[in-house]
Ligand binder design. Structure first.
Ligand code: 5GP
Ligand code: ZN
Length: 138
């Protein structure tokens, strides 16, 4: 078994846990954006969210919000959070086991989104309607 998060879950690799229950665990990220950066991870190995059962998927976000509140209480200088799932390699996923990042943020911390060259053009209402049709008409 090659998955680092599976190894952490079964105790074969070290991590600092913030939460454990039947469906998910949470531990601190080894390379945090800011102190308190945590990962909520389903116990079962799934590479992407598509295959997670509904209960586990919803629970992942419930625990994420609970943890966010605790992190907020612990660090007075934290003013905001990013919840991020990189769902697939092309979206920046490096560890192929589903994980929800809970990233504590503060103004000027230097973290942010990087936009591509196509970003910044306003898409007309008709083009957006055409996009919605593609998504919904099937
Ligand atoms: P991704 O790019 O897949 O969304 O994020 C993977 C995250 O897992 C990164 O933030 C990285 O720092 C973290 N990570 C990778 N290996 C380990 C590890 O062995 N232990 C812990 N705690 N975090 C890890
Ligand atoms: Zn795994």
């Amino acid at each position: 078994m090659d998955c680092i998060f599976c190894k952490i879950i079964i105790g074969k690799a070290e991590a600092v846990f913030l939460h454990e229950d039947d469906l998910v665990v949470a531990f601190l990220d080894i390379m945090p954006v800011n102190e308190g950066h945590a990962l909520v991870v389903p116990r079962e190995h799934h590479e992407r969210v598509e295959t997670l059962d509904e209960a586990t998927y919803l629970h992942l976000f419930k625990i994420g919000r609970d943890l966010m509140r605790q992190i907020q209480t612990a660090f007075a200088d934290v003013t905001a959070f990013n919840f991020i799932i990189a769902n697939g390699k092309d979206a920046g996923q490096e560890v192929p086991h589903v994980h929800l990042h809970i990233i504590p943020r503060k103004l000027g911390d230097g973290f942010g989104y990087k936009f591509g060259p196509n970003y910044g053009k306003i898409v007309s209402i008709d083009e957006r309607k055409a996009t919605a049709k593609k998504i919904l008409d099937r």
